[in-house]
Design a protein around this ligand. Structure first.
Ligand code: ADP
Ligand code: ZN
Ligand code: ZN
Length: 711
């Protein structure tokens, strides 16, 4: 029998095996001199007659200890490959746990036995293997049973859940920060799994480390059903174990980041996408897929041939993406609303600080500083958002104008005072801070601008005389990618914040997401203005979401706020207080903001009213990178769909050179998604051909990004 199977990045290859193999079967096959993992894609059962001797090699091993990947999964992989313009082999094989590639069939069989044994020896239900602990290297205490009884739903939650269950459409849960969206997810999962003893649920979150609370809640409540996690923080062995448990249907709840959308879940009936607006759902490498968009496709595909609502999607956010919001507005999605906070707490009041009227060089407005000190004295916490890590974005010499540029990128190297380094955040280059200006010898080189490291230092200084209620000094915690590099340190520091070991939290956008802080009553944003005027048309949407999400960390415990008699506030320091974005922010009026943004997008024919793709080329020279794109564009004039498309000229990317590689991009726009898809599929060949032209000498690679998130 011949068996076309995917074993590499190219098209399917044909192999032979003594008996027919089902599509979706995992195999080991020879590829050149190597032996690799393969996936049987079709098994047409041809006889060997049509083949020349030696034309097809034999399958070496069949992983028959596990079921084949089912048709819905294969449908998802081939859709993703087609839509995001990558090869099927690449997408399908990248979706499998990496360790599977190095495994012999008998090793897999042994692993499965171990997993089954671990499951059998654990608590009653038998589906809580210790492999389910997701924290690599730090096995969490096994949660014995369901000790946490679910709370009674608020009326809004009950209505949302009931409406969700009475509909077939993808649902968008538009719930304000602190409205209890997580409880709705939990209950939707619970009711499904109780009613269908086989069903599986997939719950996706943007970054699992940021929300250990959410994971804990699922584990506590659903231990009996087997909860496993899938994300990049796992060891390869854990990733394989969890993948296998889901694939076998033994784990009925899978929690994961965007990669989890490709997990094999043969009984999948519910996909939850928490914080669905979050940009991290869009992959930025390989197949640049959107896990949120694939969730919609996957649910539809899983329902095919069954009932229309067999597999459901529940998207949730306090600041939905404009794409999802519009889909809900026009009825393509079911819109569920929860405008009230649990406990009836108020949302923070906006206090705009006009920086034109503040003392020169001031870091925090005096009134803001005072408010933070008063809160600390009363046992309340504050949080300050500054979306830039390091001490200062650049060092400069005021005598000659030298700046700390990265030698390999068209970007500044960031000054990190802690270890006195200049670090490039784009290529990773790191150098010691020079003693004197490298150009003129001036000893007085100084930081320009401010990052979180500096803000932490300045706040500690400014609050040095302030005291907590117990007379102790104010304690400042900084959270950003630098301060949380060590494994487990993010979780530990977040726990400290929850325990009240700190009074002020300073950090990048990671502090704004999802956290259920109970004692924060003030949130401040100190350099939001960049987002008001950025060239990327999505910048206002991002900024609005970030500020509302950040604001949502304050005043979450209504009874604490009431007992303190405090005012919950969002402070924003800005040079442009009249900007219309702030008017909508003051009202916490996402719908008004979205309506205004959508109107602008419709007038300018921008997504979601049009469809985009971005083609990026990398080369030794900027000319070559642009030439590749422009030549391919000329060659594509007659391709299908072309008449519905606008191809813009190639331009350098915002950061034009990274690690000595020049980067250019070309934007393609269309009012027709099928036309764009048809064109891109045909155009790949033209790009390939353009690469051999002399003008494009030195081109290293190019990639297509469909529905790009950043332009
Ligand atoms: P969101 O995700 O919408 O911001 P959360 O799901 O974090 O909100 O819920 C906010 C807080 O309210 C959490 O502390 C949660 O435990 C609590 N909560 C949610 N639903 C209920 C309920 N029905 N009864 C009591 N407390 C609830
Ligand atoms: Zn100088
Ligand atoms: Zn660099």
């Amino acid at each position: 029998m011949t068996t076309p199977a995917y074993s590499g990045l190219g098209p399917a290859l044909t192999y032979v095996h003594e008996r027919p193999l089902e599509p979706g079967t995992l195999v080991r096959v020879p590829l050149g001199q190597r032996e690799v993992l393969g996936l049987v894609w079709e098994a047409p059962g041809l006889s060997l007659e049509g083949l020349e001797p030696g034309q097809a090699r034999a399958v070496l091993q069949v992983f028959d200890a596990i079921p084949p990947l089912d048709a819905a999964w294969r449908g998802l992989a081939s859709f993703a490959a087609r839509y995001y313009q990558r090869s099927l082999g690449e997408v399908a094989l990248a979706a499998l746990p990496p360790q599977l590639r190095d495994l012999q069939a008998e090793q897999l069989a042994r692993k499965l036995k171990r997993l089954a044994k671990a499951a059998g020896s654990s608590t009653k239900g038998g589906h809580q293997p210790d492999a389910a602990n997701s924290n690599a290297g730090a096995p969490a205490a096994e949660s014995a049973a369901d000790n946490s009884a679910p709370p009674e739903l608020s009326p809004e939650q009950a209505v949302a859940l009931q409406r969700f269950q009475a509909d077939d459409r993808p649902a968008l849960l538009f719930g304000t920060t602190g409205s209890g969206k997580t409880e709705v997810y939990l209950r939707a999962v619970q009711e499904l799994l109780e009613q269908d003893p086989q069903a599986q649920a997939l719950v996706m979150v943007p970054e699992i480390n940021l929300t250990p609370q959410l994971e804990a809640r699922f584990r506590e409540r659903f231990a009996r059903w087997g909860v496993v996690a899938l994300h990049s923080g796992l060891t390869p062995a854990q990733r394989l174990d969890h993948w296998l448990l889901a694939h076998q249907g033994r784990a009925r709840i899978l929690l994961g980041t965007r990669m989890a959308i490709f997990a094999s879940l043969p009984q999948l009936r519910l996909i939850v996408v928490d914080e669905e607006h979050d940009p991290s759902y869009k992959s930025q490498e390989g197949a640049r897929y959107s896990a949120r968009d694939l969730a919609i496709y996957r649910a539809k595909r899983e329902s095919e041939g069954r009932s229309p609502g067999h597999c459901r999607v529940l998207l949730g956010s306090a600041t939905p993406s404009l794409e999802s919001w519009r889909a809900a507005e026009i009825g393509r999605y079911l819109k569920l609303e929860m405008p009230q906070r649990i406990g009836g707490g108020a949302l923070p009041r906006l206090r705009l600080v006009n920086m034109n009227h503040q003392p020169k060089q001031c870091v925090l407005a005096p009134a803001l500083l005072e408010s933070i000190a008063e809160r600390a004295a009363r046992g309340e916490q504050s949080m300050i958002l500054l979306n830039r890590r390091g001490y200062a974005p650049v060092l400069a010499c005021h005598a000659c104008g030298w700046k700390s540029d990265c030698p390999h990128c068209s970007a500044h190297a960031v000054f990190h005072k802690i270890d006195r380094t200049l670090r490039c955040h784009h290529c990773g280059h790191s150098a010691r801070v020079p003693y004197a200006c490298p150009d003129c010898g001036n000893l007085d080189i100084a930081p320009v601008g401010r990052g979180t490291e500096q803000l932490e230092e300045q706040i500690a200084g400014l609050l040095a005389d302030a005291r907590r209620a117990d007379g102790g000094p104010i304690r400042v915690l900084r959270l950003d990618a630098d301060s949380t590099r060590a494994k487990g340190s993010l979780e530990q520091q977040l726990a400290g914040m929850h325990e009240g070991e700190f009074d002020v939290l300073v950090g990048t956008q990671m502090i704004a997401k999802g956290h259920d802080f109970r004692r924060i009553t003030l949130v401040a944003s100190v350099n939001a203005d960049g987002g008001l005027f950025a060239s990327d048309y999505r910048a206002p949407e991002r900024l609005f979401a970030l500020l509302l999400q950040a604001a949502g960390r304050a005043g979450r415990d209504a009874s604490f706020v009431a007992s303190q008699g405090t005012a919950v506030e969002l402070w924003v320091q800005t040079w442009y207080p009249e900007h219309p974005l702030f008017a909508a922010l003051a009202q916490h009026d996402y719908p008004a903001f979205a309506a205004q943004q959508l109107q602008e997008r419709e007038e300018a024919l921008m997504p979601p009213y049009s469809f985009q793709a971005l083609v990026r080329a990398e080369a030794r020279t900027q000319e070559a990178a642009q030439a590749l794109l422009n030549l391919a564009a000329q060659a594509g004039e007659a391709l299908p769909g072309r008449e519905h498309l606008t191809l813009y000229p190639a331009v350098p990317m915002a950061i034009q050179r990274v690690a000595n590689i020049e980067r250019a991009q070309m934007l393609i726009e269309s009012d027709s998604r099928p036309a764009l898809q048809a064109f891109l599929a045909a155009w790949q060949e033209q790009l390939q051909l353009a690469r051999s032209r002399p003008e494009a000498k030195g081109v290293l690679r190019w990639a297509i990004d469909v529905d790009p998130q950043a332009i």
